[in-house]
Design a binder for this molecule. Sequence first.
Ligand code: HEM
Length: 428
Amino acid sequence: MTTRTSHKNSSPFSAFILHLHPRKIPADTIRFTLSFGLGGMATTLFFILVGSGILQILSYIPNIMSAHQSVVAMYSAGSPAGFVRNIHYWAGNLFVIVALLHLLRVYLTGATDRKRRVNWLIGIALFLLVLFANFTGYLLPWDQLAFWAVTIFTNMIGYVPFIGERLAAILRGGDEVGATTLSTFFAIHVGLIPALMIILLIFHFWLIRKAGGLVRDPDSDARSVASVPHLVSREGAVGLGLAALLFLFAALVDAPLAEIANPGESPNPAKAAWYFLGLQELLLHFHPIFAICIFPALMLASLTLLPYLPGITLSPGVWCGGAQGRISAAAAFFVGLLASFPLTMADDLLIKENGSAPDLVPWITRGLLPLGVILLFHWLAFLILKRRGYARPETVMTLVIFNLGMLCGLTVTGIWFRGEGMALTLPF
Ligand code: HEM
């Protein structure tokens, strides 16, 4: 009753905001260093992408005869369409990074408790949609980069046992990337994915409210503050600040556009989109079933089930469970990142080139055996950390972050250190 009366007295803007946020929230949850505004940044990017996407439809022609030319024409003198394309392109790429960082912050601040588990699952679905949105959008300019990146990725899917070939054919709308692929990707990119994201985001925000707002350290200051203006002004500052920087960047740096797609001439090296280069790198070292199927499935399953595994949720509202956890997380990330380089080089230069690992039974030598070594390493690391007095949640976190470091290392190698024929090379 009280709430209704006060809603009546507030301005339409405040009344609208109060449907999204509770009237009062714990003061600790608006601390910038708790969330770094990452969820707000992801939301801002989503709106920018929808807005710039709608504007792009005005100048883009979704068929293989005209798509490339319509994108080239966006950059003709006096047209604002090129600027809009730049905004859309850079926002899309930033969205992948921001969504990943947001996912990490949620995990590292222990926001994976019972009340937030379902929201974690919604978040994983959103993250996969962010990747899929980027991937489907990548093909639309129909240039060499797009054509070959999508060809490589759909070929990678083909390695999934039993269903891979079928799945790749459905995605391509045939045996090869062509006219049907472009129209299918266009429909998925502008229709299906945004619709699914809107539904999931509404659910995501509702669940945050239902959980009583952001996660909070129970030992922190228990005072409450009004959402308007305290939370809303901070959200506005983060959103507008990010938009301003993005627009400035888009005004200065054009989105890449190569020559028109030529199915008869593959660029060398032919690379997947940057966020899939870690996977492409795995494919160079492991048997395809392990690189494309078993490792990603293990990663996705552990990530999805993380809040459901007993005793591994970190302390609520405290980054990495405390000071010791923060140090071990930072160390694990850099060790994982740095270890990926010598391991990649050793596999490429010593083992493969000298032929000292004969691939008689490749799924054992380049699959089962390395998987066994990796699992053994994790088990030993787990025991060592436990003996050094680490609690279970911090031990698991250290291993998760180590793997993240490795994946970042593989991605960096794929982006900058692979040249002709995917051989290792220096980027300069
Ligand atoms: C499209 C991408 C996403 C958007 C737009 C989005 C938006 C948001 C916003 C605005 C918040 C509140 C503010 C904040 O935490 O910074 C939030 C919280 C949350 N998000 Fe997301 N999110 C996205 C993806 C994800 C992902 C990938 C995950 C994890 C798998 C996730 C899980 C959560 C959880 C559990 C909370 C509650 C955190 C807490 O209680 O402290 N979200 N999200």
